[in-house]
Design a protein around this ligand. Structure first.
Ligand code: 13P
Ligand code: SF4
Length: 363
């Protein structure tokens, strides 16, 4: 987000008028501490605007991972990551020589709660079935799961990476909806996940085998085995959210994130990552009305960047992304509390770093 004046945040209802003096004071203090401590503040596109306004870089999860890798020791002595835990962990994974702090320990992610032992079990199942497969993990996972994968990916590059792994089959962990997008774009059969916590090898094999045979008949190049994860924000969006917009304003452009259900991806005009959404709006000056189905933080940022355009609001809030506020960023930067320092055991970190670097290379 380009610099946004405080009075615009107040006028837009993002900062209550009574709190404006405190926000101004916190901005000054944060900027002073950043200079004094040589601290770097990355922020995800979903963060509240008063946090984005004081960040050094705002982006999607891929852009923030690349910045973490490229941040030289001379540029920053510490990082305060304004996002969720897996992002801060990814930042540490790629540059472990520098302390990384997460302002709120509540900033988790409903996708990331995957048990690495369950992933290993699924890999064993595919090996035993004689499948030639690679494991791709969405960056919305923790390091122990990343370490089990051949490559990480984000919503901005998943299909491109799947195409370059050189095997017909992909075990895609953990987002079942992004798995659909990968299957569609890479001409693979989408194999739906088992029910959460109900993986039974025989029942699962019986469910997927007819689908695999059908895909082979159609000449598809392989299969995407979807994991049973979903984002609590995007998975609750419904086709009716899009149908309502189409009825009320057929000229509006409907853009969805890759984490929404397959039927919404098919009904949208574009399926994009958060930063790709922002670039799409920048690149289409002629288009003035949008419905963007993702977390509301991105839509707020677009409203501030493009006051001349209209954004309908079928968006939803992610309580994890909203766990970080300006006060927690300030206190974390000031105090560097040890309990907020994010680290990963070195043997796990090395495996996760390999998978993240593979993503950056292939993307
Ligand atoms: P992006 O990579 O598109 O920013 O998505 C991250 C995320 O958490 C989506 O919910
Ligand atoms: Fe995780 Fe969904 Fe929140 Fe993104 S929006 S951080 S995927 S819970």
């Amino acid at each position: 987000m380009s610099f946004v004046a405080l009075d615009r945040l107040v006028r837009g209802g993002h900062v209550p008028e009574a709190e404006a003096p405190r926000v101004a004071e916190l901005w000054d203090e944060i900027r002073r501490l950043k200079r004094d401590k040589r601290a770097f503040l990355p922020a995800h596109n979903y963060q509240v605007p008063e946090v984005q306004a004081v960040a050094d870089v705002v982006g999607d999860s891929f852009e923030l991972a690349v910045r973490a890798r490229d941040l030289g020791p001379e540029q920053a002595a510490l990082v305060v990551f304004c996002g969720v835990r897996f992002m801060a962990e990814g930042c540490y994974t790629l540059a472990p020589e520098r302390p990384v702090y997460l302002p709120s320990l509540e900033a988790l992610c409903s996708l990331a709660e995957v048990d690495a032992a369950d992933v290993a079990e699924r890999q064993e199942f595919l090996r035993a079935a004689g499948r030639r497969f690679a494991t791709m993990t969405y960056v919305n996972t923790y390091a122990d799961v990343k370490a089990l994968s051949d490559s990480c990916c984000t919503s901005s590059n998943a299909a491109r990476i799947a195409d370059q792994l050189g095997v017909p089959d992909i075990l895609f962990v953990p987002d079942q909806n992004l798995a659909y997008q990968v299957a569609l774009k890479t001409r693979r059969t989408y194999l739906p996940p088992p029910e959460p916590h109900k993986f039974h090898p025989r029942e699962y094999a019986e469910m997927i085998e007819p689908l695999i045979r059908e895909g082979e008949k159609q000449g598809l190049v392989g299969n995407v085995f979807a994991w049973e994860g979903a984002c609590h924000v995007h998975h609750q969006m419904s086709l009716e959210d899009i149908a309502r917009i189409r009825r009320d304003d057929p000229g509006a452009t409907v853009i969805v994130h890759g984490e929404v259900r397959p039927e919404l991806q098919r009904a949208a005009d574009a399926v994009l990552s958060t930063s790709q959404m922002a670039k799409y709006v920048d690149a289409h000056p002629e288009q003035t009305r949008y419905a963007i189905l993702t977390e509301c933080g991105l839509v707020v940022r677009l409203e501030l960047d493009h006051p001349e355009k209209q954004f309908y609001k079928p968006c939803r809030l992610c309580r994890y992304m909203k766990a970080t506020d300006l006060e927690s960023v300030y206190r974390t930067l000031r105090d560097e509390p040890p309990e907020k320092r994010i680290t990963v055991p070195e043997d796990v970190r090395a495996g996760a770093a390999r998978a993240m670097l593979k993503m950056i290379e292939l993307a």
